[in-house]
Design a protein around this ligand. Structure first.
Ligand code: ADP
Ligand code: UDP
Length: 238
């Protein structure tokens, strides 16, 4: 299947059509951004690392019965996915208080949450405002039924990912996921699960093995992503 037209160019990925109308080719870019794109840096090797990390995780999720858009890797930086109509929501699940939650509510860093699910409207021009269920339904971003499904599936996803990361010595502190809808109306987990979209704390040292090293300029992003990939490979290698 060959790569066709560029249909979307984002901060971390590009999407291309393929000869199959229901399939997109995703190219993971060597680009890191923070502050909603205000800070941007080229980082050689990041695209490969994220493509490999998210592919391993989505394959594992499929094996665990969690449906998602991933089809297969086609090159070190590229994968095929099922095309869906994206719901413009960033669905954040927090197991431990940190980041914007601590800033917004003056909460104590490290507090164990229940977990907590938050919705953000995926809209760069509006700076991704936080919303509640009523905002999502009133603005017709998703139906009440879809909101309930998104919450249930995100909690189930957390229950599947937490032990996986625990096995590789990491605490899944929080993560962001996105969902889309297939032509037949099925809600499907899409986008990516990588250290760009998760916070992962080493269970021994407490150190961040995720994009916080770039956000806070405390370490080498490529080095820590390599570490996450190596640990995942070891745990998931067939
Ligand atoms: P951003 O849009 O935030 O800059 P990316 O660079 O990661 O983010 O761009 C990838 C885009 O692809 C996102 O807008 C995401 O919603 C979208 N996307 C992810 N998976 C799919 C899919 N299976 N079908 C259609 N669009 C998708
Ligand atoms: N996140 C993300 N994309 C965003 C905002 C947040 O992937 O645009 C992830 C982030 O990596 C973290 C979780 O969502 O794992 C919660 O992020 P938070 O709201 O604390 O945001 P931040 O501190 O990055 O502003």
């Amino acid at each position: 299947m060959s790569k066709g037209q560029l249909v979307y160019s984002g901060k971390a990925k590009e999407l291309y059509t393929t000869s199959e109308p229901g399939v997109l080719q995703v190219v993971y870019l060597d680009q890191a951004t923070a502050l909603n794109g205000l800070r941007k840096d080229q980082m050689s090797g990041k695209g490969q690392l994220n493509n490999q990390i998210t592919s391993l995780i989505f394959k594992y999720l499929s094996e665990q019965g969690i449906a998602n858009h991933f089809i297969k890797e086609v090159s070190p930086t590229e994968q095929l996915v099922t095309k869906v109509a994206m719901i413009p929501l960033e669905v954040v699940l927090r197991n431990v208080a940190t980041g914007s939650f601590v800033k917004k509510f003056n909460a104590v860093e490290g507090t164990v949450l229940n977990p907590l699910i938050e919705f953000y409207y995926k809209n760069d021009a509006l700076d991704d405002p936080m919303m509640n269920d009523a905002h999502v339904t009133v603005l017709k971003i998703a139906t009440a039924e879809q909101v309930a499904q998104i919450k249930a599936q995100t909690l189930e996803l957390n229950q599947t990912l937490m032990p996986l990361f625990e096995k590789i010595g990491l605490t899944l502190v929080d993560f962001k996921v996105e969902y889309g809808v297939t032509p037949s109306g099925e809600l499907l987990l899409a986008d990516e699960i990588t250290p760009d979209t998760c916070r992962l704390w080493d269970r021994e040292t407490g150190k961040s093995l995720d994009k916080d090293v770039y956000r806070k300029e405390t370490g080498d992003l490529i080095g820590v992503y390599q570490e996450v990939l190596a640990r995942l490979k070891q745990a998931l290698a067939q």
